[in-house]
Design a protein around this ligand. Structure first.
Ligand SMILES: Nc1ncnc2c1ncn2[C@@H]1O[C@H](COP(=O)(O)OP(=O)(O)OP(=O)(O)O)[C@@H](O)[C@H]1O
Length: 254
């Protein structure tokens, strides 16, 4: 087990946003988090990243309560790409990506060859090497998203949490990003709205509805026509794709 959510409850004022959420994430797997708008995906990811504490239940990271682990130790292994992340507008892309190395550096230690190598790899993997000297305010939405992904990769995480990372990306970059995450030898949790992307790239899926887990398992087990109806309120037909063998969902007009 890499991550585990144990009976997590989280409220905002009197509204219960997450209600008894439990699931496990296995080492090295890419876990897709699905659910309609407002079902609690972002709230759950913020708890898994340690940005917020659950009101009841625990997030476990390799058997330790996340709330009891020093923030710096968490940052040395868990990277989080938020949905609406921003940064100082005058920074260059490479400065933003260098910030990813911060948790690994001692107070007085200089910039090392390893730091530089991590930044180079991250820029290349996110397809941002050619934009490295561009300023943040001059980037498109998709380029900003890729710069944030590069920053997370530069952090050399063992666990990577991504909140709808394909938003703003064109189809080429959506496919490239998901293929990259699937290939990385790390554990990832990724909130996605595109159910066919989830079917194609994720090892397992967790589905939230109104703050509760309603399904967990392989894409084949989870993505059923009944779930499309009961959770997403759409009619669909699902069959293994003749091209890649994963489930392919064809949505039908209402
Ligand atoms: N700061 C807040 N104040 C009030 N309500 C909030 C706040 N943050 C979240 N919520 C509520 O909690 C619920 C879950 O929100 P959350 O953003 O976690 O859902 P989501 O599944 O990520 O949605 P989406 O797919 O639209 O991004 C929503 O009903 C939302 O209105």
């Amino acid at each position: 087990m890499s991550f585990a959510a144990e009976n997590i409850c989280w409220k905002i004022r009197s509204k219960t946003v997450l209600d008894g959420v439990s699931f496990t994430v296995r080492p090295g797997e890419m876990l897709g988090l699905l659910g309609p708008n407002g079902s609690g995906k972002t709230s759950l990811l913020r708890l898994m990243a340690g940005l917020k504490r659950p009101h009841a239940g625990r997030v476990m990271l390799e058997g330790e309560d996340l709330g009891a682990i020093q923030r710096r130790r968490v940052a040395q292994r868990v990277a989080f790409v938020e949905q609406h992340a921003t940064t100082n507008a005058s920074l260059m892309v490479e400065d933003v990506v260098r910030l990813g190395r911060f948790p690994h550096r001692g107070l007085f230690s200089g910039w090392s060859a390893e730091d530089e190598a991590c930044v180079e790899h991250a820029l290349a993997h996110a397809g941002m090497a050619h934009k490295r000297r561009d300023r943040w305010q001059t980037l498109s939405g998709g380029e900003r998203q890729r710069a944030h992904i590069a920053r997370a990769l530069a952090q050399s995480p063992r666990e990577l949490i991504l909140d709808e990372p394909t938003n703003h990306l064109d189809v080429q970059h959506q496919m490239a990003l998901l293929a990259l995450i699937a290939r990385l030898p790390i554990t990832s949790i990724i909130a996605l709205h595109d159910l066919n992307h989830a079917a194609l790239f994720c090892d397992r899926l967790v589905v939230l509805k109104e703050g509760r887990v309603v399904a967990e398992g392989t894409p084949e087990a989870v993505l059923t026509e009944a779930l499309m109806r009961s959770v997403f309120q759409v009619e669909a037909r699902i069959a293994p794709s003749p091209y890649h063998g994963r489930p392919h969902i064809q949505f039908l007009p209402g």
